[in-house]
Design a protein around this ligand. Sequence first.
Ligand SMILES: Cc1ncc(COP(=O)(O)O)c(C=O)c1O
Length: 419
Amino acid sequence: MTTQVDHLTTPLDADTIRADFPILAQTNDRGQPLTFLDSAASSQKPTAVIDALADYYLRYNANIHRGVYQLSELATGRYEQARHLVADFIGAASARECIFVRNTTEAINLVAQTWGRRHIAAGDLIVLTVMEHHSNLVPWQLLAEEKGAKLAHVRITPDGRLDLDHLDELLRREPKLVAFPHVSNSLGTLNDAADITRRAHAAGATVLIDAAQSVPHLPVDVKTLDCDFLAFSGHKMLGPMGAGVLYGKKKLLDAMPPYMGGGSMIRKVELDHSTWADVPAKFEAGTPAVADAIGLGVAIEYLTTLGMDRVHAHERDLTTYALGRLAEIPGLTIHGPTDPAHRGGVVSFTLGDIHPHDVAAILDGENVAVRAGHHCTQPLMRALDLLATTRASFYLYTTEPDVDRLIAALHHANAVFDL
Ligand SMILES: Cc1ncc(COP(=O)(O)O)c(C=O)c1O
């Protein structure tokens, strides 16, 4: 892992990478290898990350920021080092712009309840998209209801891309906020986040990007995107569950009121009022998930060593291969963009009239783990006139033989249902 590689010319070697993920080496009781195709929900973790968690609990478990003894200082140092790793990874101007939260959901709720409560008033417009994960819908619905604000949603084209003419139409109504997913977790659509942000800023809107499905999979630079807020989850990018990140431009974060009150987020506390610590502490009330943040830092080091450009290229090649092979299956419909250039490593499909849950259950019988359902995107499913889809999602450890086993299992599903 320490060897320097030419990131532009040397493809990822997923077979070698798999040695770092012992969980992938298991078989079921029929001796079939595990084919894990649900990384969009949560990725597997390399031993480096698991070891980092054990190392923390075995060697320097202590609460941070308050202790004047060595264990606490070591834990504090590692926690803050992880914050710097996060900042470098996404190109933030300063580590202070990166707030540790539990996950994408908490990051978006934080913005809605602090920036949103302060800046959104009755009659104001919030623009979202039809392809939103519930995490980027419900927090804004709660805010809109409280404030009497309006919501509007950018439509999608028949091939599952954002209708940018509709976006422009909505921007003419001068929304206060535009929030959208960088990559759709249901359709795999890769949105041009820099272009959408530019258009939204030109209309005077603040921009939040739900990067839950992009930061783990492709190079993301907040300075290039120029977004105001960006949210992502560590558990989808080789990190432990429990640590996610809200990035915000420092000027915005400084002006925002706190989210939760309690220890660590204060400067001075009187009996009837308090003043706040500077960011990021202002938004990190109580004891944080120290080990998980440290583990996320190790995951970021792992990804950085491999090179995010290579991770992205690997997934694009694999998605191209999967789209080609899925087209062989009688009765199978792929949902979302057909051009791999407009996709991340997520492929949603339906198989004839077979319910997606039945498809997933038959695949599970072949030890192929996929997800079935609405993928927390009920409005998107309705817009596509679907109840649910089956979804296969890929990561740096996914190989062509994984895709081949998915294809074989889908042929088997067709045989079971006599299609
Ligand atoms: C696009 C997108 N946004 C938000 C989320 C929510 O992530 P979490 O459950 O980690 O908060 C997900 C999770 O699948 C997602 O795919």
